[in-house]
Design a protein around this ligand. Structure first.
Ligand code: GRF
Length: 192
């Protein structure tokens, strides 16, 4: 039997592909992992990530986002029921309300594919390339009431090559995200 004592319980919120979710689950299965993914919530019924959670036998749910208030109150109920210690957003394409952030008393982390505070929001790779940036990267930060603006926990920088386009940069950074997110969580939990 897997030893669970002391492991922090994480809920992951997703909207789509779920490659970061998968990397977090895989990390959580390693010997000295300090966390366990116990709940996955998606606002998109067709999110590939739901299938990933299912495969790993993790409780997973689609909650409709037609009514944001309902989505958030149902999610809060579940988070309470499962006594989660932390929420990790992983490709969750919605903005949590101030009410949600106030009501969830535990921390919320997010991963963003840019060197924050640069390029908050969407289309980060396209904008970085158009602006002829030399570097980009991935950032893990605490979620606060302002989009992509909370305290930075971990950042990894990579060089943008002249040959890079939006797609190649996205691919490179996604690979980095998969390494950085588990590390950042561990760092956060160690200091928390
Ligand atoms: C990642 O690039 C993440 O940083 C961003 O959305 C993408 C989600 O990818 N917020 P995935 O669903 O984890 O594969």
């Amino acid at each position: 039997m897997e030893k669970l004592s002391g492991k922090k319980k994480i809920a992951v919120l997703i909207s789509g592909r779920g490659s970061n979710l998968k990397s977090l689950i895989k990390y959580s299965k390693t010997k000295n992992a300090k966390f366990k993914i116990i709940l996955v919530i998606s606002n998109n019924a067709y999110a590939k990530g739901l299938g990933i959670a299912k495969k790993f036998k993790i409780k997973n749910l689609y909650i409709s986002y037609k009514n944001k208030k309902k989505f958030e109150s149902q999610s809060l109920k579940l988070l309470e029921k499962y006594k989660t210690d932390l929420i990790c957003l992983a490709g969750f394409m919605k903005i949590l309300s101030n009410n949600f952030i106030n009501k969830y008393s535990k921390p919320i982390l997010n991963i963003h594919p840019s060197l924050l505070p640069k390029y908050k929001g969407l289309n980060t790779h396209k904008r970085a390339i158009e602006n002829k940036e030399k570097y980009s990267g991935a950032t893990v930060h605490i979620v606060n009431k302002k989009l992509d603006s909370g305290k930075i926990i971990f950042q990894k920088k990579i060089r943008i090559l002249k040959t890079d386009d939006k797609k190649s940069l996205e691919k490179k950074i996604l690979k980095i995200e998969h390494k950085v997110y588990p590390k950042a969580i561990i760092k956060f939990l160690t200091n928390y």
